[in-house]
Design a protein around this ligand. Sequence first.
Ligand SMILES: [Zn+2]
Length: 339
Amino acid sequence: MSKEAVLKREGGFILVKCPYCGAEYRVPETVTYATCPYCGTTFMINKPGERIEHYLYRLIIDKNKAYRLARDFATQQIGVVDDLVENSSFKSAKLYYLPIYIYEINIKVPCKEEVEALEKQEEEIVEHKARELKLKVHGGEETEYVLKPAIDKIPIPFPKNYGFPARSRMYFKPTILKNGVYLQPTLDPMKIFDEVKKPSLNKAIEEARISCSRGYEVIDESKYNGLAHYPFWHIVYTYNGKDHNAVVDASDGTIVYLEYPLSIKGRLTVFGSGLGVLGLSTGIGAYLSASLIGDPLPGLIGGLVTGLPGFLYGAYRVARFRGEYRFRPGEEAVFVPPR
Ligand SMILES: [Zn+2]
């Protein structure tokens, strides 16, 4: 493998030479990794000689299934039209391969006395060449796989902290490059590593703080495992001639984002809740103002001002005749489909 992959930079693009097959192709200047469209080899632009693991999450949900899942899920939303199944139809589907980095978090925070016991064991092993080395961790311990998007601007509506299901993983196949929008990673996997580790590290240290009487030691053996691409469908369906969008996890069918048509009653409910927010904040403002300075008027105005965004949002939704659902991590168990 050659060491130099960058041939030249111009107009926001880099002309690269594949270190494996020698093909030349262009990638945007912002990417950290490039995948050769001819042989599928993925390499880091700065370190083309270094091998990296590149995985692919299996596409299990086809576009028709994705549409049906989105439509059936829409029928369960509050305020949706009654005739959605009869009067909606599939319009188009676009497949996105989202790049993600895989990290294997392995953090042990043993108590001081456990570390000392281990050191004693080590001495004994050197002397007797018997027994297995064993570190007991009664402090804190966190081991898990963490998957994080490898780009900061995701071109489809996408939740923060999405819990990618870590199953059906295989090695990358270049044939998928032809099937959809293949997004190249732009973030540096090592630069975001500390951020990725932080929740587990804090949790393990917190546990150790509670259970260790004489202090603790942090042993961090976390690893960056490599890059993966994960498939999502962007589905467009129509209802009475109007387009509605949906984003569906193409590996397990989770509805990530969904727009659905509201019935007249549904629209009024949404509008009403906007009015309700307005009324409530106006009332609270007036009450607070009256009880604090004996005059409800300043509070009434203040309440109107603070209530206005809620009201406008309600009015905006009425104008659009459309409801919106956004997947929130942690609610997996509440909503279908099961993961
Ligand atoms: Zn190549």
